[in-house]
Design a protein around this ligand. Structure first.
Ligand code: HEC
Length: 110
């Protein structure tokens, strides 16, 4: 009984916070595309020329630290180009990227 009450509570919290979270993630995805991150990191942050950023998702602080002072091939992005709030939204978007299926779950490969 206690468990049911707890999960109902968790569900209510999730529902209550869902719209704001979805907006942040949607905006983060828009920034990710608009600023060209997708061109090197893939639309879902799956990696390409650039590293994988999702699955597991990188936290905003790691993204902010790197994009302001990249040390390799990546161009820098100043806070005028991408605000800290936009970076938090990008991080929120990366959290929503679904995990790829396991190979064992793809019938064609078995
Ligand atoms: C021109 C290609 C290119 C673009 C555009 C680009 N990146 Fe990158 N990114 C890279 C490459 C390549 C690396 C690997 C390190 C390096 O060479 O700088 C990287 C590394 C990173 C890292 C470090 C990852 C880690 O695991 O340490 C983060 C975070 C990152 N990019 C975020 C972004 C974001 C956010 C954007 C958009 C604002 C973006 N990048 C745009 C090419 C790109």
């Amino acid at each position: 009984m206690k468990r049911i009450v707890m999960s109902a509570f968790a569900g209510a919290v999730l529902l209550a916070s869902a719209p704001a979270f979805a907006d942040d993630a949607a905006h983060g995805k828009a920034v990710f595309v608009e600023k060209g991150c997708y061109a090197c990191h893939g639309y879902e942050g799956q990696g390409g020329v650039g590293l994988k950023l999702a699955n597991p998702p990188l936290p905003a602080v790691v993204i902010a630290t790197y994009i302001r002072n990249p040390t390799g091939e990546m161009p820098p992005f100043t806070s005028k180009e991408i605000s800290d709030a936009d970076i938090r939204d990008i991080a929120a978007y990366l959290v929503t990227v679904p995990k790829p299926p396991k190979l064992a779950d793809i019938p064609l490969l078995n």
